[in-house]
Write a protein that binds this ligand. Structure first.
Ligand SMILES: [Zn+2]
Length: 225
């Protein structure tokens, strides 16, 4: 007789709390809304389990005041601290010299000494997102933090080459994620775009790992001890 598989069996020490409680996690997005779309559920969950979470926006290309207010609201909903790297007004990221961008990210690592960094993926198609992905790579020489990439972020669904290696169960924080995405009204409701696809996508990812909602991450570097 075949024995039923116990679907409740999970690896020990699997929780975000066991890995990051009491530590600092730095999440970097090129623009306001990238972090909410890519890992809003993960960031809310990290904060709830006792991590200090810094949401970093590299630059705001236009509508500076409006998008800054939306970013503040998004971070507040997720319970995270907000930091904007280019904070003196609107600036396109490609107008920042690469060595300056690398220097700003180096300064972040020196300031926060993170246990983990989350950034864009090299399978993203937005050049600003790729600039951030690339500028994050050399920061690995400064410390032994975990480094993850999140799913390419966009306002409309498009096919991308992204293959998660790990998944974060965000069943308890999917509502916070959706609420935080909604804070960016100028990008969605203001342009007649629906945000519900992000909930549906998290639901599909959750089905792959046996939970209601999940966010997939690619792993660039992670120490198992
Ligand atoms: Zn972006």
């Amino acid at each position: 007789m075949k024995r039923a598989i116990d679907t409740e069996v999970r690896p020990l020490g699997r929780s975000l709390a066991s890995r990051y409680a009491g530590q600092t996690v730095v999440a970097i997005g090129a623009h306001p809304d990238d972090l909410e779309i890519g890992i809003g559920g993960t960031l809310a969950k990290l904060q709830r389990v006792g991590a200090r979470v810094i949401m970093v926006i590299a630059s705001i290309p236009k509508d500076f005041e409006i998008r800054m207010e939306e970013a503040k609201r998004g971070a507040e909903i997720l319970g995270c601290e907000l930091k904007v790297l280019v904070k003196n007004g609107p600036k396109r990221l490609e107008d920042v010299k690469n060595f300056e961008l690398v220097g700003m990210l180096d300064d972040l690592v020196r300031e926060y000494n993170p246990a983990a960094m989350l950034t864009h993926s090299n399978s993203d198609f937005h050049n600003d997102h790729l600039l951030i992905f690339n500028a994050c790579q050399p920061t690995q020489r400064l410390g032994h933090f975990d480094l993850f990439s999140y799913h390419p972020t966009n306002c409309r669904p498009v096919p991308v080459q992204f293959h998660p290696k790990i998944y974060v169960d965000v069943s308890d924080s999917i509502d916070a994620k959706m609420h935080a995405i909604g804070a960016h009204a100028s990008q969605f409701g203001g342009r007649g775009l629906d945000t519900e696809m992000y909930r549906e996508f998290a639901h599909v990812q959750g089905r792959m790992v046996g939970c209601s909602y999940a966010e997939g991450l690619d792993v660039q570097r992670m120490l198992l001890a």
